[in-house]
Design a protein around this ligand. Structure first.
Ligand code: AMP
Length: 630
């Protein structure tokens, strides 16, 4: 078979993926595991084990179990500083190149990595059922030539033909389907893995991603959080009367418990840490909450800030000019990381958190925080997509799928409010904030519509549901409605009361896959009825305005009765009656628009002295309070 697989050769974990029938997927091990720890154990017997098995050896044989070797890949011994040498295994020199000592032998990083790549080859062949030898392997965007060459050699040592060495952020962008964005779109790839962090800014040019800038820290990642949590556990162990100093084995157990707790707290809000028989006499048990974890982890996550700022500045791009921010690396599964990124980049989804509740969607300028892919699988999937493009299994130009008709919701007065216009490329997402039309309204009806007509009733109804919210005065509720069409063309509708957090979600399957002749008919009808529709919308909007003006005039009249000359009162009352008469003549949602507009104008004129009087009264009141008037 002439296929090309994609490999993410990570610092902490690696994965292999393949595009089958146009769909990229991770090739899992027989036991279902999708990621392979990038760990190699060299036993004294000469046997080599890789992945999960090697990870388990770490506790017993720390000196012969190599992890994070990617940090040494293609580097000269002279380049290494003290922190590069701080491992449980020995660092050696091999003709000026950095190497490790394990299983009694000196080994270059590419030799160690080739063991992982061999294991991935076996995994891929077992999953596919045939032999494969061609691969795309990914590297960080900041890898220099020597590091890229070393990675390529690792692949060759494992028996792979390395077809391309691909930048990780580019692979991630491919996996997120960002090749479908508009030309010159810019995206940020925030990659926080186990041991490294980088932020890359990419720009799409002629269907290819160009890395505009990348900045990061090769010693910042999930491991630092594990270490900080481990220190916290060690302190708690001491408080509970356990050993004051941990030996190597105990320390390894603590580190594993710390990582397990951290991972558990991405889904749960608290978790129990247990270390039975840490010593013969001492077992440890303690609950860790997500809030405590976030307090420990926040300073570490904050360390990404300077790199984000630098990468943006190097690329000459401001955060709000980005189209999307995508998350890569297992550590970005942590809710705190997502929140931090969303807020720092001013992502649309986080505007509300910054108090911009009143903004409507058009005013939201920030990039979208795209979390639609598994962050720890995206790089391998993207490499597989690149492999499929190289082998010709999929075309270079991905077919653009678009929405055949506009999608929206019904708003005041029975009008269609479009959220996603016709011909928008999918996947896509859009949202808007709505408010309540009447006082003490207890629920909002969300009526999902599809079509090109101005009035709700002329469009197709795709579904309706009600969202309950607390009774508040008219105009005070804030209900966010979000439409998301995924790559499969399924419309996900989410309505959320931003005050209480109550939400409702519905899934509508029929939004994109619509019969062509029906689409044609809908579009033709919208053209034929364009003028009538336009008038209908203007009527509804004017009638709404007129009703509001009538209510306000009535209120003001009641309040100011005693202070107004009779002629003014009569004039206002008459203008109210005339406007109401035109409104009452409405038939089938339509009335005499020019007449109504004339009556609104008259009402405005008649109430002008009333507004002045109200203003005067407020002014007097203020001066009185300040003691200027008695
Ligand atoms: P990577 O290098 O991309 O494989 O990322 C590995 C890092 O992600 C490790 O530090 C893991 O502990 C961390 N990680 C994986 N899954 C989660 C999770 N669900 N929540 C928090 N961290 C995670």
């Amino acid at each position: 078979m002439d296929c090309i697989v994609g490999i993410d050769l990570g610092t902490t974990n690696s994965a292999v993926a393949f595009v089958e029938a146009g769909i990229p997927g991770i090739l899992a091990a027989a036991d279902g595991s999708r990621l392979m720890p990038s760990i190699v154990h060299y036993a004294a017997s000469g046997a080599v084990c890789v992945g999960e098995e090697a990870r388990r050896s770490q506790v017993l044989h720390p000196a012969d179990t190599i992890y994070s070797v990617k940090r040494l890949m293609g580097r000269a011994s002279a380049e290494l500083d003290a922190t590069d040498r701080d491992w449980p295994f020995a660092i050696a020199d091999h003709e000026g190149k950095a190497a490790v000592l394990a299983g009694g032998k000196r080994r270059l990083p590419e030799e160690v990595s080739s063991e992982v790549l061999k294991a991935l080859k076996l995994r891929a062949e077992a999953a596919l059922g045939f032999a494969v030898s061609r691969a795309v392997i990914t590297v960080p965007a900041y890898f220099n030539n020597a590091q890229r060459e070393a990675t390529k050699r690792a692949g060759q040592l494992a028996g792979w033909n390395v077809e391309r060495v691909l930048n990780e952020p580019t692979a991630a962008a491919l996996a997120y389907g960002l090749g479908r964005l508009q030309e010159r779109s810019r995206v940020a790839v925030f990659d926080l893995g186990g041991g490294t962090f980088d932020l890359s800014i990419l720009e799409l040019r002629e269907g290819m991603f160009e890395v505009l800038a990348t900045h990061g820290d090769t010693r910042l990642g999930g491991d630092d959080i594990d270490r900080a949590v481990g220190d916290w556990i060690a302190a708690q162990v001491r408080v509970a009367g356990g050993p004051a100093q941990l030996d190597l084995t105990m320390a390894a157990r603590v580190r594993m418990a710390a990582e397990a707790a951290k991972v558990a707290l991405s889904a749960a809000t608290e978790t129990e840490i247990t270390l039975p028989f840490l010593t013969a006499q001492f077992s440890f048990q303690r609950v860790l909450t997500r809030a405590e974890l976030e307090r420990i982890a926040r300073p570490i996550i904050e360390r990404t800030r300077g790199h984000c700022r630098q990468a943006l500045s190097d690329a000459g791009v401001a955060a709000h000019e980005l189209d999307q921010v995508i998350l890569v690396g297992g550590q970005t599964r942590m809710p705190l990381v997502r929140r931090w990124v969303g807020e720092w980049f001013g992502c649309r989804e986080y505007e509300e958190l910054r108090g911009n509740l009143s903004m409507n969607d058009a005013e939201r300028k920030g990039p979208a925080l795209n979390t639609s892919q598994h962050p720890d699988e995206a790089v391998a999937l993207g490499a597989a997509i690149q492999g499929a493009i190289l082998s010709g299994a999929i075309g270079q130009v991905l077919l653009l799928d678009v929405t055949p008709l506009s999608l929206g919701v019904e708003t005041f007065g029975g009008l269609m409010n479009v959220l996603i216009p016709r011909n928008t490329t999918i996947p896509t997402k859009a949202g808007e904030l709505f408010t309540n039309a009447v006082d003490a309204q207890r629920e909002m009806l969300v009526h999902v519509l599809q079509g090109e007509r101005e009035r709700a009733k002329d469009n197709w109804s795709l579904g309706r549901f009600a969202l309950a919210f607390d009774a508040v005065p008219r105009g005070a509720a804030r209900v966010g409605v979000q439409f998301e069409i995924d790559a499969d063309g399924i419309l996900h509708v989410l309505a959320r009361d931003t005050k209480t957090g109550h939400e409702q979600r519905v899934k509508i399957e029929s939004a994109v896959d619509v019969d062509d002749t029906k689409v044609q008919q809908m579009v033709e009808e919208s053209v034929t009825n364009a003028f009538a529709d336009w008038d209908a919308r203007r009527w509804v909007e004017s009638a709404l305005r007129a009703r509001e003006a009538v209510t306000a005039a009535r209120q003001a009249l009641a309040e100011m009765e005693a202070e107004l000359p009779v002629e003014t009162r009569d004039l206002v009352a008459q203008a109210i009656a005339l406007a109401e008469a035109v409104l009452a003549a409405e038939r089938d949602g339509m009335g005499d628009l020019p007449l109504l507009q004339q009556k609104i104008k008259q009402l405005d004129e008649a109430t002008a002295p009333l507004a002045d009087a109200l203003m005067q009264r407020a002014m007097d009141e203020l001066l009185r309070r300040r003691g200027v008037l008695s």
